[in-house]
Design a protein around this ligand. Structure first.
Ligand SMILES: [Zn+2]
Length: 328
C-alpha cells in the first residue's frame, strides 16, 4: 500500500505544474499511468482475471480530472460505461476522491447533457440507498473543483465517496476504504447487472399511486359512495408529493415497434381491425411481444418476436383469461 500512497501523493503534488506544460508522457506522468496501475493490482490484491484497471491523464491534451478506474470485466471495459471504483483527482489537485460511481458518457449519449445529468444523479441516489457501506463514506455528488462537462458527469455519477486531501499523506485507512469500495462494487453488480440503462426511472405522482392501490383493494367489494369518500379522504393532500420510482422495466426499441406496425399497415394481426386516427393524424396500433420480454421468459425485443395488434386484442392477450385468448 505504501507505494500506492507514495505515487498518488507525488502525482498530486507535481501535476499542477506538469499541466502548465504541453501534453507529454514524461516519466513522471508514466509513474501515474503505468506504474500506479500495476502497483494498485498488487497492493490491493485486485484479481487481474476479473478486473481491469485503467488510468488517464488525458489524450493529446491534459484531462481536467486525472483518474484511475477499476472495472469489472463482466460489467464493462470502458470507464464511460457501466460503473466503477475510481480515484478522481480534483481539477486543482488539492484532493483525490475514492468513488463508487456510474460512467458519465453512457448517460450523455442516451439522454443528452441536460437530461443525462438529471438521470445520472437519480441513478446514483437510487442505488446508494440500496447499498451497505461504512458510515465514513459520503453519499452523492462530489466536488472536483472543475468546470468541464466530463468532470461534471463524474461529480454527479458518484454514489458513495471519500475525499483525501493531498497536502497530507494518505491515511492508513485508505487500504480499508479501497476494500470497502470494492465490496460495494460487488453489491452493485448484484443489483444492477451489466446493463445500466436497462432500467427506467420514472417520477410518479404519489397520490395517483396511493389512489390506485387503495382502489385496487376496494374494488373487490361493492363500491359505495361512502367507500369512495373514504378513499378520497385518504389520498387528499397527497397531490403535491412526488417521489421517484424505479420501474425495473426493459427499455424497448421504439423503432422496431414502429416497423412492425408499419409493416402491417397498423391493421390488427389477430382480428383484422383497422386503426383509428390519432389527434396527431397518425394511425394507432400497438406492438405486442409474442413471448414477453424478461429474464424469466427469454422473450427478445426484436421484430421476429413482435406483432401488430389493436388496443383491444393487445389488452386481451396481456390480461385475458386463457379462454379469452383461445377465442381470439
Ligand atoms: Zn384486434
Amino acid at each position: 500500500m505504501e507505494k500506492t500512497k507514495e505515487i498518488i501523493n507525488g502525482f498530486g503534488k507535481r501535476h499542477l505544474q506538469t499541466k502548465d506544460r504541453p501534453f507529454k508522457y514524461t516519466d513522471e506522468v508514466r509513474e501515474f499511468t503505468d506504474t500506479l496501475r500495476e502497483v494498485f493490482y498488487d497492493e490491493f490484491k485486485i484479481d487481474r482475471n476479473q478486473f481491469l484497471i485503467k488510468t488517464s491523464v488525458g489524450q493529446g491534451a491534459w484531462a481536467e480530472v486525472p483518474w484511475l478506474v477499476v472495472l469489472d470485466k463482466e460489467v464493462t471495459n470502458k470507464a464511460e460505461n457501466g460503473y466503477y471504483v475510481a480515484l478522481l483527482f480534483s481539477a486543482d489537485m488539492t484532493s483525490v476522491h475514492l468513488v463508487v460511481g456510474f460512467g458519465w458518457m453512457q448517460f450523455e449519449r442516451e439522454y443528452g447533457i441536460k437530461d443525462g445529468r438529471g438521470r445520472i444523479k437519480q441513478y446514483a441516489k437510487h442505488y446508494a440507498d440500496r447499498l451497505a457501506f461504512d458510515k465514513s463514506f459520503s453519499v452523492g455528488e462530489i466536488d472536483l473543483h472543475s468546470s468541464g462537462t466530463l468532470a461534471r458527469g463524474y461529480e454527479l455519477g458518484a454514489m458513495i465517496s471519500k475525499e483525501y486531501h493531498l497536502d497530507q499523506v494518505l491515511p492508513d485507512s485508505f487500504k480499508m476504504d479501497v476494500g470497502i469500495s470494492m465490496d460495494v462494487y460487488k453489491q452493485l453488480k448484484e443489483i444492477v447487472g451489466s446493463s445500466v440503462l436497462n432500467v427506467e426511472i420514472e417520477e410518479k405522482d404519489n397520490s395517483d399511486d396511493d389512489f390506485s392501490k387503495a382502489v385496487a383493494k376496494e374494488t373487490f367489494g361493492e363500491i359505495t359512495d361512502e367507500k369512495m369518500q373514504k378513499l378520497i379522504d385518504q389520498v387528499k393532500g397527497g397531490t403535491q408529493k412526488r417521489r421517484q420510482q424505479f420501474l425495473n422495466k426493459i427499455v424497448r426499441n421504439k423503432k422496431f415497434a414502429e416497423y412492425i406496425k408499419q409493416r402491417n399497415s397498423y391493421i390488427c394481426e389477430l382480428c383484422g381491425r383497422e386503426p383509428f386516427i390519432q389527434k396527431n393524424g397518425r394511425p394507432y396500433a400497438e406492438a405486442d411481444h409474442i413471448i414477453p420480454l424478461g429474464a424469466d421468459t427469454k422473450g427478445v425485443d426484436l421484430p421476429v418476436n413482435m406483432r401488430c395488434l389493436c388496443a383491444q386484442c393487445h389488452a386481451v392477450v396481456t390480461h385475458g383469461s386463457i379462454e379469452e385468448i383461445k377465442n381470439l
